[in-house]
Design a protein around this ligand. Structure first.
Ligand SMILES: C=C(O[C@@H]1C=C(C(=O)O)C=C[C@H]1O)C(=O)O
Length: 116
């Protein structure tokens, strides 16, 4: 892991810095000098940024709702967690997204309850 937190070799780092005069100076930061490709990349990135904002909002809303369920249940004498429900959620994500879905679901569940 390098200092930025981005793993080396992940494809998320580049020698092409995007500064003027560097190889992608047609559209700084796109990683290409070809104007049509650069324009399309900028367009797609606009939508990616929207999706990321939505994902972050949904992530935060889900965590808050999950915390509320846990608090409500405990205040009424119930358990903090319901493992059968967590299993259903893990299976939902696994069947839709495979092994990455399982990892994603584990992170989602942790976000609502904190580390065990
Ligand atoms: C939110 C709940 O409480 C806990 C959190 C869950 C979640 O984040 O989805 C699922 C099961 C419970 O362990 C629930 O029971 O629905």
């Amino acid at each position: 892991m390098e200092q930025s937190g981005v793993p080396a070799g992940s494809g998320m780092t580049s020698d092409r810095t995007g500064a003027a005069g560097t190889p992608d100076s047609a559209k700084p930061g796109t990683g290409t000098t070809e104007p049509m490709a650069a324009a399309r990349i900028v367009e797609i990135r606009t939508r990616i940024d929207e999706i990321d904002r939505t994902l972050i909002e949904l992530w935060q809303e889900r965590a808050e709702l999950s915390r509320e369920v846990g608090a409500t249940r405990m205040a009424s004498g119930g358990t903090r967690l319901v493992l059968s429900r967590e299993q259903e959620i893990l299976e939902r994500f696994r069947s839709a997204l495979g092994a990455d879905g399982t990892q994603l679901a584990l992170l989602l569940l942790r976000a609502g309850r904190g580390p065990l």
